[in-house]
Design a protein around this ligand. Structure first.
Ligand code: ATP
Length: 211
């Protein structure tokens, strides 16, 4: 159709337990470098590759809302929170593409995920459906599998950021500050809801904290 402009959409999935500064920086760098119209943040419902028990979805979602506020091109997508069973990225991509025909899709991932992409459910179909947009991540030595490497990918220009959610959870459990590692409102939320403290299992947030 004359004059129609293809919408460019970034898809950024993760456990986000909690969302941290490197996540936000990665998404912002992708917005700029790939000229995206939006980044859809997709928190995992039931991550099929993580063995540890994860924080209830309501808390992870509430922290994401706080981190995403102020950037209208950031969109929180609950698709994997409402779907039953394991969270396969391929199922998410199929559903989102069916709902928005004609858009261009970029899958945003860190180098650690890139190196393990050949273990993902249906990864060959996934590679045919999206353009990978990969950010460097300090400490990642593994290279992607050759067939993954053969697919063109874009680079997200993120300066190395040695931040991980694992480290943040450990620091909170040890009573150390995390204010430099997460957005300020997320640090406050972690504190107010006593998340990640040693020996505690948080319940789901009360409805008033989820709006
Ligand atoms: P955890 O430590 O619990 O495994 P994480 O910090 O890796 O968590 P995830 O929610 O699992 O965070 O990651 C979501 C996405 O963000 C993944 O594609 C991951 O590679 C990427 N990512 C996370 N942290 C960084 C970082 N410091 N630099 C580059 N990419 C990152």
């Amino acid at each position: 159709m004359a004059g129609a402009v293809t919408r460019r959409i970034g898809l950024f999935g993760g456990t986000f337990d909690p969302v941290h500064r490197a996540h936000v920086a990665l998404a912002q760098a992708a917005l700029q470098a790939l000229a995206l119209d939006e980044v859809r943040w997709v928190p995992t419902g039931q991550p099929w590759q993580k063995a540890r028990s994860i924080t209830p979805a309501g808390h992870r979602e509430a922290m994401l809302k706080l981190a995403l506020a102020g950037e209208p091109r950031f969109v929180l997508d609950r698709i994997e929170l409402v779907r039953e069973g394991p969270s396969y990225t391929l199922d998410t991509v199929r559903a989102l593409q069916a709902a928005r025909p004609g858009a261009s899709w970029f899958l945003l991932i860190g180098a650690d995920q890139y190196a393990g992409l050949h273990t993902w459910h249906g990864w060959r179909e996934l590679l045919d459906r999206v353009v990978l947009a990969v950010a460097a991540r300090p400490g990642v030595a593994a290279a992607p599998q050759l067939e993954v490497l053969a697919h063109a990918h874009r680079v997200v220009p993120l300066p190395p950021m040695a931040v991980s959610a694992t480290d943040i959870r450990s620091r909170v459990a040890a009573g150390l500050p995390v204010g430099d590692l997460v957005p300020p409102a997320v640090a406050t939320y972690i504190d107010q809801h006593a998340l990640y403290r040693a020996g505690t299992q948080p319940g789901a947030p009360s409805p008033s904290t989820r709006s």
